[in-house]
Design a protein around this ligand. Structure first.
Ligand SMILES: *Cc1c(COP(=O)(O)O)cnc(C)c1O
Length: 421
């Protein structure tokens, strides 16, 4: 499967959790979309080349990777925008449910469910979106440490839980079934961010008795869709028609080409479309998703997961000596069922972690650096392992290169940082 990618010779790429590498098929597919579909077909290609159905077609290709059914998952917009849509929808649904309960009596003493529960350490966009929506809708965001989520779910004022399945810093993995069961029992709607899960760890959004309610995910990480690839959105089919999303775009209308004056939402996940899809980016994403689906014939996500765990375990073990020598702290859980597909080493205070990563990159091993918060969260060196193309040999060699990069740390002047670290 590694041969599906155009990876530069001699490079060890451990940043597919941030930007997946180029699938060989992507260049040709995008070239065809440009030269033939756009160049020759022009506007006819919306029908003749299937442009109008491409977002749903790519969604259907992603769906089995996360346990969704055909027609339930759609590619659109960015992860940030999709989060906005599903959070708004989940909040609306929580309020509507509570109103219905209120009018049927019996629930008079219940406090209002206007709390959005989430985990303290999360990718900033998730928190920003939640805070913004909470502010404008009179909700409160309650952020707790990961191990306090289950007890916090039982608080009677919680209406919605927003959780990232695999933490972007530590690589820790939540047990989705356990969380969904607890949320459902507490009457809380769940919104999952699968940015670091889709294509990396098995996900079962519709697990028996433990189904999720809403989910979003990223196209350019483990799905290899290319820089800025569009994202995906899923809503449980039992809920999708119960609530609208906030961005009433014309292509999410029930009859877009009737050009009606008044908005009527499309049925199903199609209502989460906003405007015209980015066909060239969708075409690249289609090629990226095909690289993951190519593993179907070899055991699919279960086989990818076995190799991923083996790769991260190998890397953690091989880094033991350098971690002990320099005081690097493993932030990633050692237990297989709590670990996503990355390894994160916390840097000691005052240490030039950015410079170490730059030396590592110069030596041909690409990971990335994420700054700490100056309080409890350390700076970290992050290494993403993608089982489609990473090899065990690379895990060993990367650990050796990390040891070399660290041994040159003492006395070096801290490197200046560009915008993207
Ligand atoms: C990568 C990532 C995003 C990305 O959001 P964009 O809108 O694509 O920039 C969002 N949330 C999480 C948890 C991520 O890891």
């Amino acid at each position: 499967l590694r041969a599906l990618f155009d990876l530069p010779d001699g490079l060890i790429y451990l940043d597919g959790n941030s930007l997946g590498p180029l699938p060989r098929a992507a260049g040709e597919a995008v070239g065809r979309a440009v030269q033939q579909e756009w160049g020759q077909g022009l506007i006819r290609s919306w029908n003749t080349a299937g442009w109008i159905d491409r977002a749903q077609a790519v969604g259907d290709a992603i769906a089995p990777l996360v346990g969704a059914g055909p027609g339930e998952l759609l590619v659109a917009d960015s992860t940030s925008l999709n989060l906005h849509k599903v959070l708004w929808a989940a909040m609306s649904l929580a309020q509507a449910r509570q109103q219905a309960q209120g009018t049927s009596g019996g629930a008079a003493q219940r406090p209002q469910r206007r709390v959005l529960l989430t985990e303290q350490v999360n990718f900033p966009t998730d928190r920003y979106m939640a805070d913004g929506l909470a502010e404008s809708r009179g909700w409160t965001v309650r952020a707790v440490p990961g191990d306090a989520l289950l007890p916090a779910l039982a608080e009677p004022d919680v209406g919605v839980l927003m959780l990232t399945h695999v933490n972007y810093r530590s690589g820790a993995l939540h047990d989705m079934a356990v969380v969904n069961r607890a949320a459902t029992a507490a009457g809380v709607l769940t919104v999952w961010d699968l940015a670091h899960s889709a294509g990396a760890v098995p996900v079962d959004l519709k697990a028996d008795g433990a189904a999720a309610d809403f989910a979003v995910g990223c196209g350019y990480k483990y799905l290899n869709g290319g820089p800025g690839a569009p994202a995906f959105v899923w809503v449980h089919p039992a809920l999708v028609n119960q609530v609208e999303q906030p961005l009433r775009g014309w292509l999410g209308h029930a009859a877009p080409f009737a050009f009606e004056t008044a908005y009527r939402p499309a049925s199903g996940i199609a209502r989460y479309v906003c405007g015209t899809p980015p066909i060239l980016s969708l075409t690249a994403l289609q090629a990226g998703v095909q690289t993951v689906r190519a593993a179907d014939a070899l055991g699919g996500m279960a086989a990818l997961r076995r190799k991923s765990l083996s790769l991260t375990r190998t890397f953690i073990g091989a880094c033991g000596p350098v971690a002990r020598a320099h005081g690097l702290r493993l932030l990633t859980p050692l237990e297989d069922d709590r670990r996503g597909s990355q390894v994160s080493w916390g840097c000691p205070p005052g240490w030039d972690g950015y410079g170490v990563m730059q030396r590592l990159i110069a030596a041909g091993v690409i990971g990335d650096f994420r700054a700490g918060d100056g309080r409890g969260e350390p700076d970290l060196l992050r290494f993403g392992f993608a089982p489609l193309y990473n090899r065990h040999e690379e895990a060993w060699r990367a650990a050796q290169a990390l040891a070399d990069a660290c041994s040159h740390t003492a006395g070096a002047t801290p490197a200046a940082r560009p915008t993207v670290t």
